[in-house]
Write a protein that binds this ligand. Structure first.
Ligand code: PEP
Length: 251
């Protein structure tokens, strides 16, 4: 049985006091982690403080991106070593906004995935097609290629611990959700790619989230699908009540 992963991606939102208020309002209400994992992907500046605030609770804190090098002349970047040193356990890698605005490529996603795993950080690796690609019937080609490249060179054991987030770019922040059936079709395809390229065991174990305008009103239907193991949520994760409702649905 795969455990659901519900992750809220705050993106570039909230002040530190708003962030702390959210954590204080939610951390004691998260169901135990053997039912589902609940994660907040917070702005880098707040990670140290939020990790401390959530210590001993079932709410986990993730970085929204990271560099693949351990240290060096990369002004403004954050290394996996630094994240690990403050107790961060997860990092989002290759979010479509990073791919679109910050030159994230399949190659850097692969390097970051390796680096995260080497440092004991669980990568949440985002993949997904644009509207143009979907309309040109290229969804499987694009998503399959992204998955294959992201996981290149990893052992089956490592792949089993990765979280993949299928996020059709056209559904992110647009209010357009893929139907549960559309989302599951691609998640099943992704699982088959992992089976073919890595192993049947890794395909069985790897968690695949769906992301793209998920909210309390549609999360149950999405999570009831066979190959969807959680959600990566932007807008609907910003309010404590809405985030808690999503986590409850996953538990
Ligand atoms: C996201 O940030 O990854 C996301 C899916 O955003 P939203 O839920 O707002 O579409």
């Amino acid at each position: 049985m795969r455990k659901n992963v519900i992750a809220g991606n705050w993106k570039m939102n909230k002040t530190i006091s708003e962030a702390k208020e959210f954590i204080e309002a939610t951390k004691a209400k998260i169901p135990s982690s053997d039912k589902a994992e609940a994660i907040v992907c917070a702005p880098a500046l707040y990670l140290t403080e939020l990790v401390k605030l959530t210590e001993g609770t079932d709410l986990k804190i993730a970085a929204q991106t990271m560099h693949y090098e351990e240290s060096g002349a990369f002004t403004g970047e954050i290394s996996p070593t630094a994240l690990k040193s403050i107790g961060v356990e997860y990092a989002v890698i290759g979010h479509s906004e990073r791919r679109e605005y910050y030159n994230e490529t399949d190659e850097s996603v692969n390097k970051k995935t390796h680096a995260a795993l080497q440092h004991g950080i669980t990568p949440i690796v985002c993949i997904g097609e644009t509207l143009e690609e979907r309309e040109a019937d290229k969804t499987n080609e694009v998503v399959g290629g992204q998955v294959e490249k992201a996981l290149e060179g990893l052992s089956a054991e490592q792949v089993s611990t990765v979280i993949l987030a299928y996020e059709p770019v056209w559904a992110i922040g647009t209010g357009k959700t893929a139907t549960a059936q559309q989302a599951n079709e691609v998640c099943t395809f992704i699982r088959n790619v992992v089976k073919e390229k890595v192993s049947a065991e890794a395909a069985d174990a790897v968690r695949i989230q769906y992301g793209g305008s998920v909210k309390p009103a549609n999360v149950d239907e999405l999570l009831s699908e066979s190959d969807i193991d959680g959600a990566l949520v932007g807008g609907a994760s910003l309010e404590a009540d809405s985030f808690l409702a999503l986590v409850e649905a996953g538990a």
